[in-house]
Design a binder for this molecule. Structure first.
Ligand code: ATR
Length: 287
């Protein structure tokens, strides 16, 4: 029941109609018995500053930020968490004295989703597929979490090279090793955690996969696909066929929401509540 004490949170972006964040946060609020509503806000180009200031003036408790404003929003914040600042992308605004502080719960959510499956980045040698926006953020997370060697494979080597230079410089050590995608057979002969951060295989292109060769998958003990539509990607199937474990990106999506919800409400969501929300979102999305 919305009443005089209801708190409001929301998400800004353009377009915004497709967002599933309201499902995640309103489910969490119902589950926790919090008097909170979460709504989508379409923000037109050039209106981000007004949106952030207006949200603050309206006592909005917290905001998510999605495409295309995750970088632009930073200049309107009073503070930015150190990893989000390094990545240069913020998806969560937390109300503080005088303005909002920015966080990147896409990456903290990925870390939490992985650790829930027993996957720890620290000390792990990793194959990171892709060098676009998503892969770049994952590269920063891996460096921050003290991964071993991270082999960043991309079709366009220059992009992997530039992300590697940037991340290695930011952390003052050689952690990201750029490679041409087609050189995957030159990877060291061992088993890796492989993170699939390209758009290849995304619905409706369910039959596509970044690397076809079954021999590649013999080098993968765990495959983590950031895609969650389809629920079981071709990449995941190939990992499993080669004897590895495979996960999709839905838990990451749920945990980016949970991490934001916890920051806003100063609560801890239990694993049981997280599981409940995961199941209900999965059902609502028809997955
Ligand atoms: P996002 O923000 O989701 O990361 P992006 O920045 O457009 O999206 O990056 C897309 C990634 O998928 C890139 O690594 C891209 O490779 P290139 O840098 O060579 O373009 C990769 N990608 C997309 N389609 C691909 C394909 N058909 N084969 C190989 N890589 C592909």
């Amino acid at each position: 029941m919305i009443d005089g004490q209801t708190r409001t949170c929301g998400v800004i972006g353009n377009p915004i109609k497709h967002t599933i964040s309201p499902l995640i946060h309103n489910s969490l609020a119902a589950r926790c018995g919090h008097n909170l509503v979460y709504v989508p806000f379409l923000v037109e180009e050039g209106k981000v500053e007004e949106a952030v200031k207006g949200a603050y003036a309206l006592d909005i408790l917290g905001m998510n930020v999605t495409v295309p404003y995750k970088s632009e929003v930073i200049k309107y914040l009073v503070n930015v968490d150190s990893l989000a600042d390094k990545i240069g992308a913020v998806n969560t605004l937390v109300r503080t004295e005088g303005g909002y502080k920015g966080y990147n719960t896409d990456m903290s959510g990925l870390k939490r989703a992985m650790s829930g499956e027993g996957i720890i980045i620290e000390g792990e040698d990793i194959i990171l597929l892709g060098a676009g926006g998503a892969a770049r953020a994952v590269a920063y997370l891996c460096a921050q979490q003290k991964a071993g060697a991270v082999y960043m494979l991309n079709r366009t080597i220059e992009k992997a090279q530039s992300v590697a230079d940037e991340v290695n410089k930011a952390f003052g050590r050689e952690v990201i090793y750029p490679m041409l995608l087609s050189d995957y057979d030159k990877l060291p002969d061992k088993k890796f955690l492989a993170i699939q951060a390209t758009s290849v295989g995304l619905e409706p292109h369910d039959d596509e996969v970044i690397i076809e060769d079954a021999d590649f998958y013999k080098k993968v003990h765990t495959g983590y696909d950031l895609i969650y539509k389809p629920f079981n990607t071709r990449f995941m199937k190939l990992v499993v066929e080669a004897g590895g474990k495979a996960y999709n990106g839905l838990k990451m999506l749920i945990y980016q929401g949970i991490d934001a919800y916890e920051l806003w409400n100063d609560v801890r969501i239990s694993d049981e509540d997280a599981e409940f929300v995961f199941d209900s979102i999965k059902k609502k999305m028809g997955l």
